[in-house]
Every structure is written in structure tokens, then in C-alpha cells.
Ligand binder design. Structure first.
Ligand code: NAD
Length: 422
């Protein structure tokens, strides 16, 4: 009999040996990749714990399947189950055309207030990459998931609201800007709480995983009160609450101006020897160069919503593309988490048993790590790595690899299971 995962007021989870985990199978290629992935998950758990632990999967509905069965794209029962069972996993969902829902994913993130979009980006040996040294990328992105220009506060050009906003800005706020006719507006809310809860999660992750740095990626040179504030709040948080564990570039700057560059560099070196997390900041456009030029310099990335969107895809391309990049949306305050394939439904390939299930499998690996079932995540990851190293791959990788063996989605899962623990 399965049991519920529970969470205390500090956001710490208690995981029973038979947790009930809701899953959304997803639309398009969702059923193909989920059916492959779930076999890998169950076998990984069995191999790791010999039957002592087992997941009880509970299907919940969203997307096209939900609409066909209930007339609702995201039924209340689904959202309720995601809250009640704390941790869930999902395949890709069709974005309904028309009808008021912008995106089901956004609706899930907003309803559950999943403020961190977490994406680990590292290369698996053998995966085709457009760069010479993809092994140098080893980063985890913490992208703010609820604010920024993505909040959806937009006014269409020439609408009454856009006109009123223009007048308000000019007449009441004395904004001196030559607004043109037919101007549309989008607002960019960035709050101290929204920023610090995201950066706190990134710093705590770096401390827990013994990673060398957290980089605050921003465009604060231009957008001073939003992105600039994000950076400042990040430094403030590190210095006020994590002084024992961190050393910031702000501290380095202050030391340099009071005691000279030599003293500042000595302090930085000492902090590195003591394995403190170095908190630094990078302007977003420069960062997009740095991930190609000096990726080894970066470990944990904390960034705002729009920057995070671009950066996640740029890094995903380096380590193998959307067929393999996993992700999760997490509220680190109350423990609620939804693990997910990061690609879409690829509807042309639905029911072809041909697409790569690695994205959802690796999001399951993230989920097992989140549950502290590290043995299971290790077994699955090794099985996947060995399968790719031996060039047994699905069509997306097959097309880019010399001498590879083409497998169907289901056969790829069989190969991973065979390759676990040997
Ligand atoms: P997509 O990611 O579905 O597909 C783009 C292309 O990427 C595909 O044609 C295919 O060549 C490749 N691809 C995607 N997944 C793959 C996999 N697992 N293995 C191998 N190759 C893969 O993007 P799209 O076509 O822009 O979107 C289709 C639908 O998915 C839309 O309704 C969109 O809104 C939705 N979508 C959902 C999510 C999500 O649920 N997280 C994310 C993005 C898009």
C-alpha cells in the first residue's frame, strides 16, 4: 500500500518506502516516452533497494487527455493531487489554442507557486554536441519562475489600457520618453522576496552539493531597479545570512578599496581553500559568451525568468539538446515539486515509438535525488550512460553519430535496464 510523502513547516520531506507519486503521461510523444521511462524507474528502484522500496504511480490528468475525458485541460483534481502528494512528474503537454489558457505548464507553475525552474546541464559521454569540449559544462541553473517580463502583464498596442498607461507614465510619473503611436507594453515585476527566495535556494544547493560558486546572471547594467536589484539582493543575502559559507565579489571589491588588491586576492584564495561558495555576478550577454569560452568557471547559476529561459536552451544545446535535458519546478519553501521533460509534445512523432525518452528519464533521476533515493538515481544514470556510450541510441542521436545502433524508444529503455549495474 502506497503512502503519502509529507513535509514539515521547514520544507523538509519525509519519504515513506512506498511513496505515491502522481504522474501526467503527457500528450503527443508523452505516452511513448513515459511508458519507457516508468519501466526504467521501477527497475532502477528494484535494483537499488531489492524490493524494500517501490513507487506507487498514480495517474493524474492534464492536457489533451484530460480535455477529452473531462472537458477540462487542467482539472482541479489534478492540481489538488499535485499539492496533496507533494512530488509529481510529467510528460509534455499540448498548449491549448485559444480558450484563455496561455500554457498549462505556466498554469501549473503559478498555481503551485513553483518558484525555481531547476535545470542541471552536464554532458554524458558519447552524446553528440556542437562544441569541442562539452564535458567542460557542468552547471545547474536556478531560473526564477514566477516574475519578470514573463508575468503576463501586457497591453496590446493601441488598446485603451495601453493608451491609459502611456498617459499615466507621461502625466503622473513624469516619464520623459517619446512614446510612439501603436506602442504595446509589458511590465517586469521583480520583487525582493521573489529574488531572494530563488537565490537562497541556489546558495543552499551549492553549499549542500559542495559546489564552488553561485553566479548571479543579470542585465543590471541597463535595468538597474529590476535586474540590478536582483544582483544587489543576492549579495546582501549571502553576506547577511550565509557569511560563514560564502565569499562575495562585493566583499572582494570592498577589501580592494580599503586594503588593496593583494589583500583582496588573499582573502579570495583563503575562501577558496576553505571551500566557501564564491558568489559572483555576470552580465547576461557576457554570460552567453562565457558558457562557450570558459564554461568551467561556472557551477550554480541564479537568474531571472527571461535570462534563464535563453540560457537553459543555449546550455541544453551544448550538452545534447532538448531530447536529453531534464528539468524540475520546485517550491523550496513548502517542498512541492514537479519534475518534467523539457521538450514539447512533438506531435508529428506521436505513437511512433521513436523519440528519445532521456529528458523524462533524467528528470526522474533528479526526482530520486530530491527524494534522497541517491542509489536509485545512480543506477539509472549509469544504465543510461552505458547505453549511450555503447552507441545504442534513438533517432535524434543516431543521425549525428558514426557507427551507432538505432533503437526504438521502448528498446532504448530495455537497453538501459540491461546496462544497469553491469
Ligand atoms: P517540441 O519540443 O515538441 O518539438 C520540436 C522538435 O524537437 C520535434 O519536432 C523533434 O524533432 C524534436 N524533439 C522534441 N522532443 C524530442 C525527443 N524526446 N526526442 C527527440 N527529438 C525530440 O516543440 P514544438 O514543436 O515547438 O511544440 C509542440 C507542442 O508542445 C506545442 O503544443 C507546445 O506548446 C508544446 N510544448 C510543451 C512543453 C512542455 O509541456 N514542457 C514544452 C515546449 C512545447
Amino acid at each position: 500500500m502506497g503512502q503519502k510523502i509529507t513535509v514539515n513547516s521547514q520544507g523538509h520531506l519525509t519519504i515513506p518506502d512506498n511513496p505515491i507519486i502522481p504522474f501526467i503521461i503527457g500528450d503527443g510523444i508523452g505516452p511513448d516516452i513515459w511508458n519507457a521511462a516508468v519501466r526504467v524507474f521501477d527497475e532502477g528502484v528494484r535494483k537499488a533497494y531489492g524490493g524494500v522500496r517501490q513507487i506507487e504511480w498514480k495517474e493524474i490528468l492534464a492536457g489533451q487527455k484530460a480535455f477529452d475525458e473531462t472537458g477540462n485541460w487542467l482539472p482541479d483534481d489534478t492540481v489538488h493531487a499535485m499539492k496533496e502528494y507533494i512530488v509529481s512528474i510529467k510528460g509534455p503537454l499540448t498548449t491549448p489554442v485559444g480558450g484563455g489558457i496561455r500554457s498549462l505548464n505556466v498554469a501549473i507553475r503559478q498555481t503551485l507557486d513553483l518558484f525555481v525552474c531547476q535545470r542541471p546541464l552536464s554532458w554524458i559521454e558519447g552524446v553528440p554536441s556542437p562544441v569541442k569540449h562539452p564535458e567542460n559544462v557542468n552547471m545547474v541553473i536556478f531560473r526564477e519562475n514566477t516574475e519578470d517580463i514573463y508575468a503576463g502583464i501586457e497591453f496590446e498596442a493601441d488598446s485603451k489600457n495601453a493608451q491609459q498607461l502611456k498617459e499615466f507614465l507621461t502625466d503622473r510619473l513624469d516619464v520623459d520618453y517619446p512614446f510612439k503611436e501603436e506602442t504595446a507594453f509589458g511590465l517586469k515585476p521583480v520583487s525582493k522576496d521573489g529574488s531572494t527566495r530563488l537565490i537562497r535556494a541556489a546558495i543552499e544547493y551549492a553549499i549542500k552539493e559542495k559546489l564552488p560558486s553561485v553566479s548571479l546572471v543579470h542585465k543590471g547594467n541597463i535595468m538597474k531597479f529590476t535586474e540590478g536589484a536582483f544582483k544587489n539582493w543576492g549579495y546582501e543575502l549571502a553576506e547577511n545570512e550565509y557569511a560563514e559559507y560564502t565569499f562575495t565579489w562585493n566583499q572582494w571589491e570592498r577589501l580592494k578599496s580599503t586594503d588593496g588588491e593583494q589583500a583582496a586576492n588573499d582573502a579570495l584564495r583563503r575562501a577558496q581553500q576553505e571551500e566557501k561558495v564564491i558568489i559572483k555576478d555576470v552580465i547576461a550577454d557576457n554570460f552567453l559568451q562565457q558558457i562557450l569560452l570558459n564554461p568551467k568557471d561556472y557551477a550554480v547559476i541564479a537568474t531571472l525568468n527571461l535570462n534563464g529561459d535563453y540560457i537553459s536552451d543555449a546550455l541544453a544545446a551544448i550538452v545534447g539538446g532538448i531530447g536529453i535535458a531534464p528539468g524540475a519546478n520546485i517550491n523550496y519553501r513548502n517542498g512541492h515539486a514537479v519534475f518534467e521533460a523539457t521538450h514539447g509534445t512533438a506531435p508529428r512523432f506521436a505513437n511512433t515509438d521513436s523519440m528519445n525518452p532521456s529528458s523524462v528519464i533524467l528528470s526522474g533521476v533528479m526526482m530520486f535525488d530530491y527524494l534522497k533515493w541517491h542509489e536509485a538515481s545512480e543506477v539509472i544514470r549509469k544504465g543510461l550512460e552505458k547505453t549511450i556510450r555503447s552507441k545504442q541510441v534513438t533517432i535524434d542521436f543516431y543521425n549525428q553519430m558514426e557507427g551507432a545502433i538505432l533503437l526504438k524508444t521502448s528498446q532504448f529503455a530495455d537497453a538501459i535496464i540491461r546496462n544497469m549495474n553491469n
